[in-house]
Design a protein around this ligand. Sequence first.
Ligand code: F6R
Length: 608
Amino acid sequence: MCGIVGFVGKKQASSILVEGLSKLEYRGYDSAGVAIIDNDHINVVKCKGRLKNLENKLSEHPLKGIVGIGHTRWATHGKPSDLNAHPHNSQDGTISVVHNGIIENYVQLREWLTSKGYKFVSETDTEVIPQLIEYFYKGDIVEAVMRAISKIKGSYAVGVICSKEPGKLVAVRKDSPLIVGLGKDEYYIASDIPAVLNHTRDIYLLNDNEFVVITKDGVKLLSEDKKEIKRDVYHVTWSANAAEKGGFDHFMMKEIHEQPKAIKDTMTSRIMPGKPITLDDIKITKEQIKNINKIYIVACGTAYHAGIVGKYVIEKLVRMPVEVDIASEFRYRNPIIDEKTLMIIISQSGETADTLAALREAKAQGARVIAITNVVGSSVSREADDVLYTWAGPEIAVASTKAYVTQLIAMYIIALFFAQHKGTISEEKMEEIKKDMLTLPIKAEEVLSNKDIIQEFAEKIYKEQDVFFLGRGLDYAVALEGSLKLKEISYIHSEAYAGGELKHGPIALIEDGTVVIVGATQGYLVEKMISNIKEVTTRGANVLAFAFEGSDEVSKAVDSVMYLPKVNDIFAPVLSVIPLQLLAYYISIKKGCDVDKPRNLAKSVTVE
Ligand code: F6R
């Protein structure tokens, strides 16, 4: 996730672009840059770090010109650095591009362009775009952009300027957002509406595969086959603040709704039907995988809960022993580690002090470390031997939601990757699992479309003092996460227990009206869970269960059920966590809590 802007008008572009980028920093902030046409020349200023660094650089090297593009980056391919920052230029410097999204076939395109004599200076997937456009340029930039885009696979919103056609800006989108702002004799492109709201409230919303050509005379929308498209002007009535949150009241709700896309992005180019799983930044060999005799998964908080899912899945699919540990415990308990140990570190921020210390401890004792993180270039990603990035985009709300589901996806990818190398599941089974996995984005959308049931339940229970979560197997892992979410943002005391533990103590707390949330998605454990449900309902508990569609036996046993679309049991956590996130959210709102910034918590815990 990154933010792009573009401007064509009569005013100087530089400050307009920077101001637009400042409204998009929530989409990425590890580097930023602008490219502006001055007569027949493109000048680029870009640098690593927050937008402030770009502003400082621009005050030292001001850029002149009335047509330009800008970018604020959240790295996916290539660490945050001056070189990897956008805009990226073509080899001869005549074409400059900003891009948001992921180019799936960039490796093949890069090889092909290299064979044609093109040299690359960055580690990004984006750089293939200006080079391809330069390759196809024969005097018509729109034609060249169209030809280049026809070669690209993946998701993109792209803005292009060309010094040979200095009054023009061309843009296109597919699976990444892009709007056009319509001012008076000036026009804008942007990833999101807030970037243009200080200048205009009239915009065009673009659809996939639509091209935009902007000159001082106006805006033209074109289809792939160059037919002009008529579009109604959309007048924005929201405040700038609401627009930044995509029309949602809070970042947390926006991020909950971004989960289908985050799941899809994290699988992109990794899980493909009929193709083996290949992972760019994981260099561990088949031999090394075969040599491993023990895996530790180590993390904190929500990331630790993703690790528990990882344990169940790796043990099931790869048949390797896995221990999951809390980083602050692991680092001080003198764990048994040698060169046959593999450690998987999970950290959204990649900067959590305890997690980093655990990573260093394991490496010092000879273990190989794979990191799962959302931040390219973070400490964890630099110190681990291998990295698997979750492509969730920046998570602003303190309570983790989309980072968690992408951590689950990363755990499944690693489990399947190991199973592929160790041959622990048949090719047929592998294909069946991948096929099911690829349905998760659409099924997550379906779960989100049923949120009213959760809102109603939240309204009934928001005054409770205590809530219990129960589950077995993977439902237990999700129960832990649901319980954490609830306490974090609603300040209701809650506990999660493995169903079988109930009779060993916690059942003493169940009385008339106690709220119990039960997960019952694991086919082989549903009967056992129904027994647990009966144990609490006979003592008066008010139970909300989540189960797959068609689980009549569960619905008979409880008052309220949240049904989830059917997937392979191993993927249930990706879907079942969504109602729990929503429940915590709605209760928090009802209680008037600060959802995005809960008391006493910080987004990144860089101290012990
Ligand atoms: C809870 C939450 C925290 C983090 C934990 C680890 O919603 O966000 O529990 O999961 O602080 O943070 P990272 O993943 O950045 O290491």
